[in-house]
Every structure is written in structure tokens, then in C-alpha cells.
Design a protein around this ligand. Sequence first.
Ligand SMILES: *Cc1c(COP(=O)(O)O)cnc(C)c1O
Length: 335
Amino acid sequence: MKPKTKLIHLGRGDQSAEVRSVNPTLMRASTILFKDHATWQKYRELRKNERVLSYGARGTATNFELEKLICELEGGYRAQLFPTGLAALAMVLLNYASKNAHFLITDAIYGPVRTICDKFLEKIGVEVDFLKADASDVEEKIKPNTKLILCESPGSILYEIIDLPKLCKIAHSHNIPVAIDNTYSSGYFLNPLELGVDISVIAATKYLSGHSDVTMGIVVCNQKEWKNFNELPEAFGFTTSPDDVYLVLRGVRTLDVRMKAHEKSADEIVEFLKTRKEIKTIFYPKLKSHPNHEIFIRDHKGANGMITIEFNDGYDQNDAIAFVDYLKYFSIGAS
Ligand SMILES: *Cc1c(COP(=O)(O)O)cnc(C)c1O
């Protein structure tokens, strides 16, 4: 299946029934009932390794459909839903945290990740160092106790590009797993697991849901790094509402159409911005002038519509604010 075929045909529930609805059932549940004690016991065992119904907080049939779809899209072994993208990132960090562990995180990581490092990881004895946004200094920053590398490419805000196959090769030669925040490409423009990355995190809040009415995060792993990610939601009381999952499943159907439209609009806006004397730099990875543009083109199928601009000398912050407030169809806001 091509990715756009997967988007349309996967995550639809049991397709074998003679009569069925197009969409999967929305299953809301806390308590799940078992036929007898032996069955209950059996499912307690099964759930350690398999995606089975056992308790609502661990996900229902609706959640499982989205997990299966995103897992297929990213080419992973398993996927786990979390209530927000940030929660998914936090759980990745926590899953590798141990006393005296060392993490490396690229500088252009989604900002709030730094709060997790400063306020919590340090307290439990995890040391965090930041790499350059393009991870070019990884070799010299690795320590014997480095347990995880977390990166983001294109990076948040300025879209710095990482040579992921190169980064993974170095990391794996030291037995260090690599995780990426893949929200930029959202299982569509980049397949990090194919390039050697072990764990992909996507804030479904953004492109996967696509309609600004739900928050959600997803962790997709290869088999090697699938370490109790499915136990984290219950261990920490994180659950993802099946209603929200239903919205993401519905949003995902149009991902192919929306991503292409985002890219086309951004291309046109970039062309316009290029003609403006007020603009000093346009940060957009499709531009030939963008640092590591050739790596972006090699690994990505497209750009997601995000653009960052820097005003020319002679314009100050008040001018930038005036610009934002003067826009008619763009609003100021997060996500
Ligand atoms: C928004 C975002 C997140 C966090 O997602 P939430 O669902 O808002 O917590 C993480 N990473 C990136 C790159 C994002 O843009």
C-alpha cells in the first residue's frame, strides 16, 4: 500500500464482516468484563506483549485502530497513544531515565521539553546535554553513560536539518537508541524509522488530527526499543479518550490532501515574501539557501507549510508585532 492508500483503508476496524460501517466503532470504556477468572488471567498475561482489551485506561478498540494505522504509516513495530504530544515526549524520556544516565537532545527540540529536563530529569539524576540543532557535534558529546539521543528534524522554529542516517549510525555504534520528534512530517513527509531512527514521536494534535479540536501524542517504535511503552499509560494514569481518537482517525483520512495543500500555499507565500524588502531571511527547508537543504530533499517528500521569517535591519520588534496584528486571515496562537 502507498501511504495515501493506508490513510484511507487502515484503521477501519474488522473488515471481514458481511455487513459493517465504514468507520470503526467508538468504544468508550473503563471496565472491561471477562467471561470467567481464567479468561481474566489470560488477558492479564496477553496484555504484557499484545494489544488486547483489558482496562479502558489502556485503550479500547478505537484506540487500537489508530495505533495500528500510525504504526503502519511509520513502519514501526508498535505504537502507543498518549493524551498530548508533550506527554508522549515525556514518556520517552522517562522510559530511558535512570540514576546517572546521560541524555543528548538537539538544540531545536520542541521548547517545553527543556522544562522536563530542568525541573524533573536533573532531580532524578539524569544529566542532559544539548547538541547543535543539526547534531553535527554528536560524536564528541557522547559519553559512556549516554542512554538516549532525542532529536527533531526539521527543528522547531528554524527547521534545522539533521542527517538522520549518519546520526543513527554513530549512535548505534555506541548502542544508543535514537528518538525523533516527527511532528513536522507526521508520518507523511518523512519515515524516520526507515532511516535508522528507533522511536518516532508525533503530536497528533497538529497534522494528524488537522482540525484544531483535539490534543494527542503517539510513540511509534521499532521492535528493539519497544520497552514497556504500553505499560506507561496505566502506570502513570495517562489515558487517551476514544472520542478524541475517533476525531484523529477522521482527520487522518485527509492527511494526504491537506499536506499537499499546506505545501502549495507555503510555496506561494514564500515566493511572495522573497519579493519583499522588509524580509531579511525566510526559513523554509525547500529553499536552496536553507542549511542542509540537500539532506532535506534527500529524505523528505515535502514541506508542511510552516514558514519563519526574520525582518530586515531597521525593523524592530514593534514592527514585527504590528505586522502580526495587521494580518487579516492569519491569527496569533499556538499550533
Ligand atoms: C505541538 C508540538 C508538540 C507537543 O504537542 P502537544 O499535543 O501540544 O503537547 C511536540 N512537538 C512538536 C514539534 C510540536 O509542534
